[in-house]
Design a protein around this ligand. Structure first.
Ligand code: HEC
Length: 122
């Protein structure tokens, strides 16, 4: 008889344990989903603010990825004034040199500066 009581109590505790173990697991799954959802939104927002995907021609996008993407996301033309872009791109050329990356081809450099200048606020 006492043996029976013991096994019963044990299985009850186990069941209770299982339920308490499931609860945080469910909460965790919900929070993971929330985080994933938020990340999805953030990515969309980033693409929208990046702007170049829509405003730049596919050739410009290729140039941006090729010459700027090694180090950071290509900036939006609106992030700097028209007059600032030439010195910035020239400085980036220096960054490429000091990092041992191939220098931006002259023709591509001209196109990139033109793209930033024409899409920058005056
Ligand atoms: C070799 C790495 C490298 C490459 C390639 C590179 N950058 Fe940069 N970029 C940097 C670093 C480092 C900084 C921060 C220091 C600075 O501003 O010079 C920076 C900063 C910038 C800034 C902020 C400057 C400011 O004054 O706010 C802009 C805009 C920028 N880069 C544009 C570009 C563009 C456009 C390209 C492509 C043509 C490019 N970068 C390619 C390394 C790079």
């Amino acid at each position: 008889m006492p043996k029976m009581t013991i096994t019963l109590t044990q299985s009850q505790t186990q069941r209770t344990r299982r339920i308490t173990a499931i609860m945080p697991c469910m909460l965790f799954s919900i929070s993971i989903l929330t985080v994933l959802g938020m990340t999805g939104c953030d990515m969309g927002k980033q693409e929208a603010t990046m702007g170049f995907q829509t405003s730049a021609s596919s050739e410009t996008q290729t140039l941006l990825k090729k010459w700027c993407g090694d180090c950071h996301a290509p900036p939006r033309p609106s992030s700097h004034g028209r007059g600032e872009w030439r010195p910035i791109v020239l400085r980036m050329q220096q960054h490429r040199n000091t990092s041992g990356l191939s220098p931006i081809a002259e023709e591509d450099m001209r196109k990139l500066i033109h793209y930033f200048q024409t899409n920058a606020p005056s």
